[in-house]
Design a binder for this molecule. Structure first.
Ligand SMILES: Nc1ncnc2c1ncn2[C@@H]1O[C@H](COP(=O)(O)OP(=O)(O)OP(=O)(O)O)[C@@H](O)[C@H]1O
Length: 225
């Protein structure tokens, strides 16, 4: 049996408070290479907490998180940061691009501390931008782009390190209908190439595009479909 990319086992995350909040309660989740799943649930149900744990930005209070078969609980912060930088790409609702840097520089940024020579970083960033259909925008500043273009830059930045997993938190929340479809089609091409994609969304039409939709309510997975 091949190793799962992501495995949460009985994961609970409590915030001490007071009052104490149990944001996640006994979550089990397995994600394999090339899996595509959406996470939906009401505000405050634990979606971002789960994404933070999956992205190694936070740790379970109880339970285990294995990434590519390795237990992550005992890893120090530097190792976690390295795994995050090499294996996980993040896409956010508000794009989080650096406003004073060109599109190309934004996409080169995740490789800055990887030791990759500048020429290779630039080639890879140009490839990633080509991939998202923005080769004509490399020298632009993010503020001069449309919302859909900005999110495509963010997708290029997320994939430029060739990660195994993309975590997307409301990636279409600031986009209109047509642009949402464009960005989702782009994500889905990445899944076809073997990346695993986990997307948090309030948009049911977006959620239903994924073959697996995980519903969270009050910190528990309620009805996986
Ligand atoms: N750092 C924290 N300290 C204390 N409580 C927290 C913290 N982070 C999250 N919580 C609580 O945990 C619960 C889950 O929060 P979380 O942000 O994961 O929900 P969510 O489903 O992502 O919500 P939304 O859709 O509104 O973003 C909430 O009750 C929240 O108040």
């Amino acid at each position: 049996m091949s190793t799962a990319l992501v495995e949460l086992r009985d994961v609970t995350r409590s915030f001490p408070g007071p009052p104490e909040v149990q944001a996640l309660k006994g979550i089990n989740l397995t994600v394999n290479d090339g899996d595509y799943l959406s996470i939906v649930g009401p505000s405050g149900s634990g979606k971002s907490t789960m994404l933070n744990i999956l992205g190694l930005l936070d740790r379970p209070s109880v339970g285990e998180y294995r990434f590519d078969g390795h237990l992550t609980g005992g890893l120090d912060e530097d190792t976690r940061a390295a795994v995050r930088a090499q294996r996980i790409g993040f896409v956010f609702q508000a794009f989080h691009l650096m406003p004073r840097r060109s599109v190309l520089e934004n996409v080169m940024m995740p490789m800055l501390y990887s030791g990759t020579p500048r020429t290779e970083r630039e080639d890879r960033a140009r490839d990633a931008l080509n991939r998202v259909g923005l080769s004509h925008r490399v020298d632009f500043l993010p503020g001069t782009l449309s919302g859909g273009e900005r999110q495509r830059v963010a997708v290029a930045r997320a994939v430029v390190t060739r990660p195994s997993l993309i975590l997307a938190d409301e990636p279409t929340g600031n986009l209109d209908g047509t642009t949402t479809t464009d960005v989702m089609e782009l994500f889905e091409e990445l899944v076809t190439d073997g990346l695993a994609l986990i997307i948090i969304t309030h948009d049911l039409a977006v959620a239903q595009r994924a073959p697996t939709c995980v519903h969270i309510a009050d910190g528990r997975v309620s009805t996986p479909e």
